[in-house]
Design a protein around this ligand. Structure first.
Ligand code: FAD
Length: 568
């Protein structure tokens, strides 16, 4: 019998965060990663060594927001392990076809002045809008940092500031109704209620729709949080690329005695005679046993439908397979493009100043433009006039490319399954290598209407279609968030009510990752919350009581405004 307590399937950033907390709690942990390197959708790679040597690309995640609403970086002391966050300022640039632009700085005051150039009213409303969503972010952050079922853990996370923010949002009946309205309305309706100018509405609609649905869809207006987060806590990127976060986590995990094995694709969850997850089998047939449990960093659908034996699942929860089979992601995914450039992009809208390119760049001409691009995806069509999320990371961090050269990170919303092309190309999705290059050309032509030097400055490019992302990383239907982030799949419903507390009906089998609460993106929260759920699950009754008592004391201290003593 191997002497390890936990096996974690997948070394994405959530698997690594989870491992780091479990090691801290004294457990022996092994991570098994299918790829040849850890990180999942959070790696930085020299992906074009022949055509663009020395250029480092963030193959997926680049902008880090949500991790700064969690205590992960501080608690795991990641700066001690080499992680350094660089702040973007400005945080967002959205050039318009008529030469105007939206430019948001981290400072609300400075952003107010930018908007006031074209609409005094919208500038005032913008400040009010962002302040509302900042209160909401702070009121909800304690919920993100705990299992949605762990009432005491949630209460413990509230400090005086969070209570004040909660009061701002829920302090009266009209405020509660306002919140409910914001929860169920659509981004398009919400933005129309607040703003006049498309120059403000288009980028906000585009950010909200990043959830992967058109801005007219009700129930996704909470996407407005994403703009508020750019002002506070801000928009950050690790020096050296997203992979620097992974490097710090790997160092921490290995220093604390954790083991990471790459090139180990898990194919089967082993369940013993008592119905308990006791280990895993990888592609070459080798088995890894775990004394206490198995944790999955891959989504619930793949875990229960592909990796578990049908009988084991049916014995534990007869309806689970059926539910997972029926709940698929929508058809919206992303085409990811990386460019090596001989010079920085020159946007007409900002007189070719590089400064505006520090944060992210959105190509979204109007709410209608965003709507149409997403609606095309729903119908399985490739948008004729794409909307884009772009980043020129080398403006903030020149070390990512050879001297005076640049990289460009591009994401375009496209369907996973192309209509009338079923059974063709990668995974039968209709995507072929030729089609992908054709769409990349269309995307770059669109971008060139705003930054004409893009085409002549491209040294090399790589791209990944949705099914290729699915194949490389195991993302179901190429979903960047493992599971859609619409309201019906959040908090208690993520990924399903019976799996929402990181435990599963199979004893000893746990779930973490983007497909669990609070969702996708670089946050580390699912990993941290899952580790806590695992540890609590191991505790004998007396320890659980002490834990409850500590939580109560902590909750009362925070409510009364008494500072908690630093952890020993
Ligand atoms: C193109 C793209 C751009 C994005 N941009 C951003 C961004 O700018 N900002 C942001 O915050 N988020 C972004 N995201 C989302 C973010 O990257 C993910 O939500 C996040 O990285 C998920 O982390 P995770 O650890 O939960 O899962 P993953 O990163 O998906 O990790 C899962 C791991 O499991 C491994 N694995 C899969 N199957 C097996 C198996 N059978 N056996 C063993 N290992 C297995 C995978 O190889 C992977 O390493 C983006 C995602 C994509 C796809």
């Amino acid at each position: 019998m191997d002497d390890r307590d936990v096996v974690i399937i997948g070394a994405g950033h959530n698997g690594l965060v989870c491992a780091a907390y479990l090691l801290e709690a004294g457990y022996k942990v092994l991570l098994l990663e299918a790829r040849s390197r850890p990180g999942g959708a959070a790696t930085t790679e020299e992906a074009l060594p022949k055509t663009a040597p020395g250029f480092q690309f963030d193959l997926c995640a680049i902008d880090h927001e949500a991790i700064h609403l969690s205590p992960v970086v501080r608690e795991l002391e990641l700066t001690k392990y080499g992680l350094e966050y660089l702040a973007c300022d400005p945080v967002l640039f959205c050039p318009q076809p008529d030469g105007t632009h939206f430019l948001a700085w981290r400072s609300l005051e400075r952003t107010y002045r930018e908007i006031a150039r074209y609409s005094d009213r919208d500038a005032r409303k913008y400040v009010e809008f962002i302040e509302y969503w900042q209160h909401l972010n702070n009121a909800l952050a304690p919920i993100f940092n705990a299992s949605p079922m762990a009432i005491l853990d949630i209460a413990k996370n509230y400090d005086r500031g969070n209570w004040q923010d909660l009061w701002q949002i829920f302090g009266s009946r009209p405020k509660i109704l306002d919140f409910l309205h914001n929860l169920i309305t659509s981004p398009a309706d919400l933005l129309n209620e607040w703003f006049d100018s498309e120059t403000v509405k288009a980028p906000l609609a585009c950010l909200a729709a990043q959830i992967g649905a058109p801005p007219s869809q009700r129930g996704i207006a909470m996407g407005a949080m994403r703009m508020a987060m750019r002002h506070d806590p801000g928009l950050f990127r690790p020096r050296g690329g997203t992979g620097a976060l992974i490097a710090a986590l790997v160092k921490r995990v290995e220093e604390k005695g954790g083991k990471i094995l790459t090139g180990q694709r898990v194919e089967r969850i082993l369940v013993n005679d008592e119905g308990r997850a006791s280990g895993v089998r990888v592609a070459n047939g080798k088995e890894y046993r775990a004394n206490l449990g198995v944790i999955s960093n891959i989504d619930a659908r793949r875990l229960f439908l592909d990796l578990c034996d049908r009988v084991d699942v049916d014995c534990a929860a007869p309806k689970l397979r059926h539910k997972l089979e029926r709940r698929t992601n929508n058809n919206s995914s992303v085409l990811k493009i990386d460019l090596a450039l001989s010079e920085a992009p020159e946007f007409i809208a900002r007189d070719r100043h590089e400064e505006a390119l520090m944060g992210s760049i959105l190509i979204a001409d109007s709410t209608h433009h965003v709507e149409k691009a997403h609606a095309f995806c729903s119908f399985g069509e490739i948008p004729e006039d794409p909307i884009l999320y772009a980043v020129c990371p080398t403006i903030l961090d020149p070390g990512l490319a050879p001297k005076d050269k640049h990289t460009l990170w591009l994401e375009c919303f496209v369907p996973y399954q192309i209509a009338r092309h079923e059974g063709i190309g990668f995974n039968g999705s209709g995507w072929t290598a030729e089609l992908k290059e054709e769409v990349c050309d269309r995307v770059l032509a669109k971008l060139a209407t705003y930054a004409p030097n893009i085409l002549r400055s491209a040294i090399a490019r790589r791209s990944e279609s949705p099914p290729e992302l699915e194949g490389r990383l195991g993302l179901s239907r190429g979903s960047p968030h493992h599971i859609d982030m619409t309201l019906d799949r959040m908090v208690f419903f993520r990924p399903l009510p019976e799996l929402a507390d990181y435990k599963t009906p199979i004893d000893g089998l746990f779930l973490t990752g983007a497909g669990t609460h609070p969702g996708g993106g670089i946050s580390g929260m699912p990993g941290r919350n899952c580790a806590r759920a695992f540890v609590q699950n191991q505790q004998p009754f007396l320890e659980k009581l002490t834990d409850v008592q500590n939580s109560l004391v902590s909750f009362l201290r925070s409510t009364l405004g008494i500072d908690n003593p630093p952890p020993t």
